[in-house]
Design a protein. Sequence first.
Length: 178
Amino acid sequence: MERTTTTAADFLDRALLEEAAKKSGLLWVQPAGQPQARALWHAWHDGAVVVVGDGAEQPLHGLTAGSTAAVTVRSKDKWGRLTGWTARVEELPAGGEAWQGAVEELKGKRLNAPDTDTIGERWARECRVLRLVPAGPLTEQPGAMPDGSLAEAPMPTPATTREPIPAGLPRLLFKKRR
């Protein structure tokens, strides 16, 4: 019988991963074979990140059951990269016990839902609930971060920066009231 040993470093890595995922409201997920990571809102439940998407929710392009994805979590305080890992993607069947638990966690994280009373029913009909299970050691952590910014170039857009404010506007806004 083969026995795996857990070191103190493994325990600390797992604690960092879990705490970062619990505290951050947003993470970046790059499905294997995709050129770009996508920001997803999520919840931490039962040892994994859970996300809901497709339908009227966030798009989950490229995330399929059995595939892998690179997950990056930012620091809630500094907003910079804090940790990253490779995740194994699992799809939860709608209505199952694991699905119910994940949906309960996700309901609390969903902001401005148009149908808070029946959101679980809508998710069962239209959406997929995925678990991103950590698989392997951390790929990024404090003291072992990649070089460079890793920032993506902004998408081309016809939008422009607004014009300078009129010179008299600050006087109107900040004049003392009498």
